[in-house]
Design a protein around this ligand. Structure first.
Ligand SMILES: Cc1ncc(COP(=O)(O)O)c(C=O)c1O
Length: 430
């Protein structure tokens, strides 16, 4: 068997050339830190359903699914049609559109806490605006967030999301407005008692016992503080109504993006009408060239219609359950300590960590890790390469499913994943 790295080079000759050129253009050769890949990046050409193909002609089963935005799979015919029709009619008419009203109505229909909303262009913008609304409505300054939670890359939401040496450029004044806590309800209660708290923000796709999320709701309610859910990933995925629909817990404000815009760019902040109405003269101003642009509105309203009327989430959930069970079986057979766990249609893995868990809300230690690997970074990097060599485009320790993955796709993925683990083992890494 050729070494993993040799095989990776053999398979991706064209990507290597483009990768070298990209390094002269972009920091680390990428336009999103999450797309860094060693020893070089693989360049994708096109996708269809759950599959995609790179510029060297290699085929993959996709588990990154547009960073979670493509629950309908790549090039879904209904989305293609809606976007094609709209592109021919104009992509920006610098005016309000009927489509944005249709799109907004669907959000309100599907998301339990939604009374009113405002569209923005990304999840980062949605969270930025949610914070600004919470501060304006409450007249208070500080936001409580949880360690390592990711709420986009804007200044305040990014505080506490990355290592201290990887979040430079955020002024101390902004850092002082954020209270970063462990997932510990007593710590939250104590901080709430300290006063000047505008809101508590929770990342909806964080794997957490629902009882903890309910405690957050109870604690914020009793202190008269807003609860914000970041449903950028969990929205329209964990259920039609997102994590709030799944757990039956109603936040005051919610930030959304990804599935919302049907695979194009777009976000929104939604929730209580009295909070959303802080966008008003004398309160908050809100421009934004591409807010609810017709292309995103066409794709987004088509996607939400499908989420509403078809078993999109249910199909993705079923395939995720199959994948999770299959990976846990492989780990057991190969006697590799670790687990596959997660909620709804996202599967996470921990490798190298011997522990008991229920394969759903696996919260190793005090704090749940969203994507975690107990194995060393080198092992994870080698596994990432091995998995790509085997035609699986995934974490390699996280998988985001779509409604287009079939049972046969999962069977094929499990065979490929086992081969990848074996090739890593044959190099002595696990
Ligand atoms: C939970 C969460 N919040 C916010 C964001 C930011 O969204 P965007 O990348 O659209 O700015 C992301 C992006 O991955 C996310 O995962």
């Amino acid at each position: 068997m050729p070494a993993i790295d040799d095989r990776f080079h053999e398979l991706h000759a064209k990507s290597l050339t483009i990768s070298q050129e990209a390094e002269t253009l972009f920091p680390d050769g990428v336009t999103h830190d999450g797309r860094k890949f060693g020893p070089f990046r693989v360049y994708m050409d096109h996708g269809l359903g759950p599959r995609k193909w790179d510029i060297d002609g290699n085929e993959y089963i996709d588990y990154r699914t547009g960073h979670g935005s493509m629950i309908l799979g790549q090039a879904n015919p209904a989305i293609v049609k809606a976007v094609q029709e709209q592109v021919a009619k104009g992509t920006h008419l610098s005016a309000s559109s009927e489509l944005e009203v249709k799109w907004g109505s669907l959000v309100r229909e599907l998301v339990p806490s939604s009374e009113k909303l405002r569209f923005v262009s990304s999840g980062s913008e949605a969270m930025m605006m949610a914070f600004r609304m919470a501060r304006t409505h409450s007249g208070k300054t500080k936001i409580i967030k949880f360690e390592n939670a990711f709420h986009g890359w804007a200044d305040a939401p990014f505080v506490g999301a990355a290592a201290d040496n990887h979040n430079n450029g955020i002024p101390q004044g902004v850092r002082d407005t954020m209270v970063v806590l462990p997932y510990d309800i007593e710590a939250v209660e104590k901080a709430l008692e300290g006063g000047d708290i505008a809101a508590v923000v929770f990342q909806g796709n964080q794997v957490m016992q629902p009882s903890f999320i309910q405690q957050l709701r109870d604690a914020t309610t009793s202190h008269g503080v807003m609860l914000i859910f970041d449903e950028v990933v969990s929205g329209f995925r964990f259920s039609r109504g997102g994590c709030q629909g799944l757990y039956g817990i109603t936040p005051d404000l919610t930030g959304m993006a990804k599935i919302l815009a049907g695979g194009l760019n777009g976000g929104c902040v939604t929730g209580r009408a009295d909070i959303i109405d802080t966008i008003a003269p004398g309160k908050i101003a809100h421009p934004g060239t591409f807010n609810a642009n017709p292309l995103s509105a066409a794709a987004g309203s088509t996607a939400l219609e499908m989420v509403k009327n078809e078993p999109i989430g249910e199909m993705a959930d079923a395939r995720a359950a199959q994948l999770k069970a299959g990976i846990n079986d492989i780990l057991q057979r190969m006697e590799i300590p670790g687990c596959a766990y997660g909620v709804s249609s996202i599967v996470h893995m921990r490798l190298g960590l011997d522990h008991e868990c229920d394969h759903e809300y696996c919260t190793e230690g005090e704090q749940a890790m969203m994507v975690g690997s107990g194995a060393g970074d080198d092992t994870t990097a080698l596994l990432a390469q091995a998995v790509v060599n085997e035609g699986v485009w995934g974490g390699p320790t996280s998988f985001i499913l779509s409604s287009t993955h079939t049972e046969a796709d999962i069977d094929q993925t499990l065979e490929s994943y086992e081969r990848a683990l074996n090739s890593v083992r044959s190099e002595g890494a696990i």
